[in-house]
Design a protein around this ligand. Sequence first.
Ligand code: PGA
Length: 262
Amino acid sequence: MSRRPLIAANWKMHKTVREAVDYAGELVPRVRDVTDVDIVLAPPFPALPALVDALADLAAAGRIAVASQNVHAEPHGAFTGEVSPPILQASGVTLAIIGHSERRRLFGETDSGVNAKTRAAAAAGLTPIVCVGETLEEREADRTFDVLDRQIAQGLAGLPPARAGGAVVAYEPVWAIGTGRVASPDQANAAHRRIRGRLATLFGDAAGGACRIIYGGSVKPGNAAALMAQPHVDGALVGGASLDPVAFAEIVAASRPRAQPS
Ligand code: PGA
């Protein structure tokens, strides 16, 4: 099955509203002709509405979308400091990153918490980008696949198969995030193949075949094409290199189906 590439920028805690709008002005002319890659920008919360406005033309054409970096699992209520999927959806946000390893490590997110957020996001019509990945310790102990199996089974539990097929899974080995140490194309593909097999077992072959599995961890313009050439790598979640619109546009260009080495 051919899956449309998806390249997402995770800005983490970087960029003011003005910087986000300036970035959109730099990025749009560079990706205006890219019709074969889904582009996603995930800024900090305050920049979401401004970015939705700044990207409205390309968003209307279904080519670029805006994601939150987190959600709360409840739709509304007394949860000071939190933002819910329906509130985000009403602001023009269409995807949500959930369970990033920084959220798990620094903010105590668990697989069951990731699951609650994933189901809430999907119920509100947001596409969840569910992040999974092993630590260096887990890889060295040969536990990578066990960790991925658990994170997938628990993180996506209870999703209807069509929602699981429409979700995005980001494989982000923790040892590759922000370290400059990228997974090899073979390592990424093996992990993605495992995740796809697990999804097929849990949700059926159609969902397993449809779900886009993107790679994250030190993706740069120079390594994107080799990663994207792997059959199970459907895109990238880009942190550091996404902060520069020129570098991010280069990663998008390197991910176009025809740009891949044969
Ligand atoms: P990085 O971050 O590209 O800076 O390694 C990726 C991520 O955390 O999503």
